[in-house]
Design a protein around this ligand. Structure first.
Ligand code: C5P
Length: 341
């Protein structure tokens, strides 16, 4: 019998970061999670994963770039193991389970930042492993795998702007923004914020005033995107969007130093400061990447001159990027797949 590793074709995937343009908490769920209404868009900022045959008998993961924490906790290996089980259960046969993979992950997305980097890597791992093995799963099987790995993972399987509901498993594609892709400046202070702690703080009553304001903004934005919204019009809504995150007050209660940091950033840039997901990433929308990159320079200068408070042990991560353009769900995710010969 031929060596099963010969069947493997090396595969590369780019895993996009995401931004919650809105994040409304509809309410607690009986399973302990929270029902969401959130408009989410993919970003130009990506991690890079490559998949090749593993010489030993098990999957391996090598991480370069940003420190992504302990390998054992990395979702990539869990995603590959779960995908192998699903493929094996679907077509048990004499060939045995799909062979081990050696994965290289080049991290560029700040970790534990509210940008979905780990979840995006997991979705890319499901997709990349299936491609490397020449195996297939039905969309419903992929979705079950994705939600089993984390609430943010289904969004990344679909790709493209989407309305996220339920725990994260209901993903409805929305039309991409028209015109030039808006620029986004991401500033991630070096403070750890655990998502479960932020949701727990919300559940304990730390909520924004004006009940349901984020929900109304979120529904309105989803309707506007469905009807076709331009990037320019999105940026005009910066102030409303910056206030449309129900988790912001909970994050600020857990990390009070963020209040002064965000205030100083707003004074420096003269624009509304939003937060993605459970934070701590601060986000600022611009009409283009050029303007976001100029703002990044201002932030670096201000940090050097001590005009921005320093949080944690390190400098913040400063990433100018764009809201990813693209025709939508499948085409957008396919275009991020490159085969290495
Ligand atoms: O699903 P995931 O493991 O990414 O979620 C991390 C934590 O965030 C959960 O343990 C839960 O505390 C919280 N969460 C939630 N409701 C969601 C998503 C996440 O309460 N819809």
């Amino acid at each position: 019998m031929s060596d099963p590793t010969n069947r493997l074709a090396p595969v590369v995937r780019l895993a996009q970061a995401k931004l919650n343009l809105t994040l409304a908490i509809v309410g607690p769920r009986p399973d302990g999670y929270h029902a969401l209404h959130s408009v989410v868009v993919p970003l130009g900022l990506t991690d890079r994963l490559s998949f090749a045959p593993a010489p030993g008998g098990r999957d391996t993961l090598h991480v370069g770039g940003r420190d992504a924490g302990p390998i054992a906790e990395n979702l990539v290996l869990r995603a590959i193991a779960a995908t192998r089980r699903a493929v094996g259960a679907r077509s048990p046969g004499p060939a045995g389970p799909p062979p081990p993979l050696a994965v290289r992950l080049e991290k560029r997305i700040p970790v534990a930042a509210g940008l979905g980097g780990g979840s995006s890597d997991a979705a890319a791992a499901i997709d990349g492993a299936l491609e490397a093995w020449g195996a297939e799963l039905e969309p419903a099987e992929r979705l079950a795998l994705a939600i089993g790995l984390g609430s943010d993972v289904p969004f990344f399987l679909a790709g493209g702007p989407a309305l996220i509901e339920g725990r994260g498993e209901r993903v409805t594609s929305l039309a991409p923004l028209r015109g030039e892709p808006p620029g986004v400046l991401l500033v991630t202070p070096a403070v750890a914020v655990r998502t479960p702690d932020v949701f727990a703080a919300w559940a304990s009553g730390i909520r924004p005033p004006g009940a349901c304001a984020a929900r109304a903004s979120s529904e309105h934005l989803a309707a506007e995107l469905r009807a076709g919204l331009s990037g320019t019009d999105l940026v005009r809504r910066s102030a409303v969007l910056a206030a449309a995150n129900d988790l912001l007050s909970a994050t600020l209660a857990l990390v009070p130093e963020l209040v002064a940091f965000r205030r100083a950033l707003a004074r420096l840039l003269g624009r509304p400061i939003g937060q993605s997901g459970s934070g701590p990433t601060c986000l600022v929308l611009y009409p283009s990447l050029v303007e976001a990159a100029a703002a990044a320079d201002l932030v670096r200068e201000a940090l050097g001159a001590g005009r921005l408070p320093r949080l944690g042990m390190d400098d913040p991560a400063i990433e100018p990027t764009t809201i990813a353009a693209g025709p939508g769900a499948k085409a957008a995710s396919d275009s991020t797949m490159i085969r290495e010969e």
